[in-house]
Design a protein around this ligand. Structure first.
Ligand code: SD4
Length: 292
């Protein structure tokens, strides 16, 4: 029985290991995925996801997250949620509801409180001091405000053929309060259909959204492309199109997994990702950006 998981960035390595253990013991794709993302969210060392994530330009941590069940196509998402370590668990809880499944801001935070998922503070001392240092560098024009951001996005396939997709992020560094990225948006930051496969994104949300890149990859796989072919066909022509018509393209890194356990990636920046499967022990891989 083939099982597999793939996740964005090296920071997902520990979580991929935990998901692999669950999948190896014939656990559910959704449970393995939630555990994977929660592992990253709980680690304050990662300054772009969950607890310890860098705050917005007002010094408040606001997160976006989503969860999708590839069997039922049920989705839940939160955006601009405050005071919640495991935004992915809130998104998963919302995916069980037919309506009110995508909540933003205060509505999302209130729902999380009702579910017992709130925490007193998301801002660690370390994140606050990094934020102060970098805010000062931005003010002095030494770095650009939106540099240095990563989303954990992941896909799981269980031995029984179920698939799931999820994302979690504190979004762009120094974003404005209320700014929402691709990670919470179906078809842009994530998409999965167990009859085909799934995809998830990291990078500049504003540009990933312009191409609905996760859905486009799944659509390409549904038409017969392998995950790698689908990534190549969806991502690189889109980046070229953006450059031609919009004048520039931010970072766009996509991962894909099909329901046979095959994976693919495409990125216009240097990009690490993690995989594990019934054939491969958990490992970190490096994708070099395609020639521009
Ligand atoms: C966003 N896509 O909020 C996220 C951030 C990210 O690598 O993934 N950065 O736009």
């Amino acid at each position: 029985m083939t099982w597999a998981t793939i996740a964005t960035w090296q920071m997902a390595y520990g979580g991929v290991g935990k998901a692999a253990e669950i999948l190896r013991k014939q656990g559910a794709a959704a449970d393995a995925l939630e555990e994977l993302i929660k592992t990253v969210e709980a680690d304050p060392a990662y300054t772009s996801v969950g607890y310890g994530g860098l705050p917005n330009d007002q010094g408040v941590v606001e997160c976006d997250a989503a969860f999708m069940d590839g069997d039922t196509l049920a989705q839940g998402a939160v955006a601009g949620i405050r005071g919640v370590m495991h935004a992915v668990s809130v998104a998963r809880a919302l995916s069980r509801q037919h309506v009110n499944s995508f909540l933003v801001g205060e509505g999302a935070s209130n729902f999380a409180r009702e579910q017992g998922l709130s925490v007193p503070s998301m801002l660690t001392q370390q994140a606050e001091s990094t934020w102060r240092e970098r805010k000062d560098q931005v003010d002095r024009g030494l770095i650009t405000p939106y540099d240095g951001h990563d989303t954990v996005g992941a896909l799981t396939l269980s031995g029984s053929g179920s698939m799931a997709a999820a994302t979690s992020t504190s979004g762009l560094f120094m974003k404005r309060p209320g700014r929402i990225g691709d990670s919470a948006l179906s078809g842009s930051g994530y998409y999965v259909d167990s009859e085909v496969g799934g995809a998830a994104a990291t990078g500049l949300g504003e540009d990933i959204m312009k191409g609905c890149l996760s859905y486009e990859i799944v659509r390409q796989m549904a038409e017969g492309a392998s995950p790698q072919e689908a990534c190549d066909r969806a991502v690189y022509p889109f980046i070229a199109k953006l450059r031609r018509r919009y004048g520039k393209a931010g970072a766009c890194s996509l991962i894909a997994l099909d329901n046979r356990g095959r994976w693919g990636v495409a990125s216009n920046v240097e990009f690490t990702f993690c995989i594990a499967s019934s054939d491969h022990a958990p490992q970190v891989m490096l994708a070099n950006p395609a020639p521009r």
